[in-house]
Ligand binder design. Structure first.
Ligand code: FES
Length: 82
């Protein structure tokens, strides 16, 4: 926890931490709830979730390379949500 840059002592930081942890895609700041809703609304592939929410479509501004490191997580959510 010390390395996350947030303390766990006060409620303010805790809610902040919750927001960080519940964000599926750090690049696009897409929450777990948003991805789950997209899956419920018919997004059954990582690509469709990306189209609907932007999750998984992050691009590194410096290198121009696509990130996609959250795609495995998105796939898991799709598998669980079906
Ligand atoms: S964390 Fe989702 S595209 Fe980078």
């Amino acid at each position: 926890m010390e390395h996350a840059g947030v303390c766990t002592e006060c409620e303010g930081c805790k809610s902040e931490l919750g927001a960080i942890l519940s964000s599926v895609c750090g690049c696009k700041i897409v929450s777990l709830e948003t991805v789950v809703n997209a899956v419920r609304n018919g997004a059954d592939t990582v690509e469709k979730v990306g189209e609907m929410t932007g999750a998984g479509t992050g691009v590194d501004e410096e290198t121009g390379e696509t990130c996609g490191k959250c795609k495995g997580l998105i796939q898991n959510i799709i598998d669980l949500g079906r």
